[in-house]
Design a protein around this ligand. Structure first.
Ligand SMILES: [Zn+2]
Length: 406
């Protein structure tokens, strides 16, 4: 079908998108092949940054092409073409086409993507948010240029809740409506695949139950023959479904945080422990389902100081650590996959106190015990960090970052 902007009702071609098309035709996506082994560290970093910008620019071209395909035919045809030509899963093709079309109306995001200042993942977050409700696109595009992915994901979620006139209730309702699940046998390898998506609140509840089960499995494993993380997740899901009585973890299944507005005597700013905002009304709903940790954190209370009375952290301590550390202090992985590590080790008289504990994932815990990494508190922010040893051990984990020269 020939290009004709009258083809598709509502699919208006603005002068802005014409200009963008011309501009993007001039974007050069080019990274020369070189012998990377000859590059200095600094040159290698510059090269990676260049590749990042080129990847964004390429994503802009891909999105522009899918948008044009959709305009000439229809969504289903464009999806099928993307699936066949790019050889990606149908689900990815659907999402690609939908977000490409959304990006057509997002001028700031699109030009950031074309220029390589906004990574593809960030642009997708903005595009998805724009399909879910009102957003301030220019503001988000500006933040997208300087925030890391996880931080920006939280920024977008917070912005969506703020931009909605009803404290995010209608957004959550739309997300609930978009729930979907599917069980199928892969024709490729005969494996049975469970595939499901949930709204953030339900998802967080499921994730925390699965993670608690994984922690129990981990503590019962032979350290010499541990399954991989994905294998353990699969084991936990199977166990929860097939042996619910045995697997059901005791204690908290969801941590919800809110601020207390002492002036108006009400709870505000309700969020999941990863910062995802939720409507304040959800607190009551979730609490009615029980298994919510009812606690107001006060570091002065004895609840967060177990001293030498127990070696492992309590659920309350874990929750407080999740709020403080937001995840592994070494690699940011979700608190669900972390353990509480004693800064002054238990066997050296360390106490099971909030201020002697940090959250680390299994990998980073291993780095502390076997690769000489240390826990440091950053003076200006009071946040904890994992620091690589100044001299890498000779048995060499080459992925450990090198300390700056003294
Ligand atoms: Zn980690």
């Amino acid at each position: 079908m020939e290009m004709d902007s009258g083809d598709r009702a509502g699919g208006g071609d603005s002068p802005a998108s014409d200009a963008a098309r011309e501009a993007s035709a001039g974007v050069e996506v080019r990274v020369d092949a070189v012998a990377v082994s000859a590059l200095s560290d600094a040159a290698l970093h510059r090269r990676l940054a260049e590749i990042g910008r080129a990847t964004s620019a390429l994503a802009a071209l891909r999105s522009e092409t899918l948008r044009e395909l959709t305009r000439r035919t229809d969504t289903a045809t464009a999806e099928q073409t993307a699936k066949d030509t790019l050889r990606i899963p149908g689900r990815a093709a659907r999402s690609d086409v939908k977000l490409s079309v959304a990006l057509g109306d997002l001028d700031a995001t699109r030009s950031g993507l074309e220029e390589g200042t906004i990574p593809d993942g960030h642009a997708q977050l903005i595009a998805r948010a724009s399909t879910e409700g009102p957003i301030d696109e220019a503001w988000l595009a500006e933040r997208a240029q300087r925030e890391g992915y996880d931080q920006f994901r939280r920024t977008v979620a917070r912005h969506q809740a703020e931009a909605s006139s009803d404290d995010g209730a209608s957004l959550l309702e739309r997300q609930r409506q978009a729930r979907a699940g599917k069980i199928f046998t892969s024709r490729h390898d005969g494996m049975v695949v469970l595939n499901a998506q949930f709204d953030p609140v339900t998802g967080a509840r499921l994730a925390s139950v699965i993670a608690a089960t994984e922690r129990r499995l981990y503590s019962n494993e032979d350290p010499k023959s541990r399954p991989s993380h994905p294998q353990r997740t699969a084991d936990a899901i199977a166990m929860l479904m097939l042996e619910p009585e045995a697997a059901r973890p005791v204690g908290t299944s969801l941590l919800v945080v809110a601020d207390y507005d002492a002036v108006n005597h009400q709870l505000t700013n309700a969020r999941l422990s990863d910062g995802t905002p939720i409507p304040i009304g959800e607190i009551g709903r979730i609490a009615a389902d029980a298994q919510v940790l009812p606690a107001i954190f006060n570091h002065a209370t004895g609840d967060l100081r177990m001293g030498r009375s127990r070696r492992t952290a309590t659920e309350l301590q874990r929750a407080a650590l999740a709020l403080r550390d937001q995840g592994c202090i070494g690699c940011d992985v979700s608190p669900d996959y972390c353990r509480a590590h004693h800064i002054i080790e238990w066997q050296h008289g360390g106490r099971t106190d909030y201020d002697n504990l940090v959250l680390v994932c299994n990998d980073c815990h291993h780095k502390i015990h076997h690769h000489g990494h240390t826990v440091e508190q950053v003076p200006c922010t009071s946040r904890y960090e994992l620091r690589a040893p100044a001299t890498p051990p000779t048995t060499g984990d080459s992925t450990a970052p090198r300390a700056p020269p003294a």
